[in-house]
Write a protein that binds this ligand. Sequence first.
Ligand code: SAM
Length: 216
Amino acid sequence: MTVHTNIQAYYAQRAATYDEIYARPERQADLAILHERLRTLLAGQRVLEIACGTGYWTADLAATAEHVLATDINPAVIDVARARQLPTDKVTFALADAFAAGDKLDRNACFAGFWWSHVGRERQADFLTTLRDRLAPQARLVMIDNVYVEGSSTPIARTDAERNTYQIRRLPNGERHEVLKNFPTDSTLRKAVAAHLKDIRIERLEHYWMLSGRFK
Ligand SMILES: C[S@@+](CC[C@H](N)C(=O)[O-])C[C@H]1O[C@@H](n2cnc3c(N)ncnc32)[C@H](O)[C@@H]1O
């Protein structure tokens, strides 16, 4: 049976096994580059991490940032992240919906790993506007996400009217979920963020892309 899912429910069920995707041998060289980039780009910053998941990237941020406020909507993944026992003076975990407006935060940078690909194209502008309003002026935004690689990525099963693409993914319990997962080209990415960000840089590796910029 295929469940037409929202990604919140899907990732709640993947909390315990999520980090397996970071063990794939063909992705290790790219991951090493990204760990290095992230530590350098956000060194000394007060970082809001959106959709932190199991804290895989939070550990990098904690190594060089001044402080990380790591947020996710799912308590189950935050429990896994907490078990990493990152320094408590460097990292605070909190439950938060990435799309929700809220009070201004004392944060001059934001990191979102493997989140943008799950944001429907019709929601991207609202997501960026809401995020900007919560950060210090001209805050830096860094995002990492997947490149579609034939033979490594889960095939695309469907494209909707907004040109969002979907994959069918199987959970360990056998359930099949249809998950929104977009694989933008550099020009699609640039177009989506151009009204919101300046100093945009996009780096494309074999398996991943990284975007950095500053809110206007
Ligand atoms: C692909 S995982 C990325 C996790 C982590 N950033 C990483 O790169 O390893 C997507 C994450 O988004 C979270 N999520 C789903 N909907 C969310 C929402 N509305 N607000 C915040 N987090 C959400 C899920 O719980 C999951 O941890």
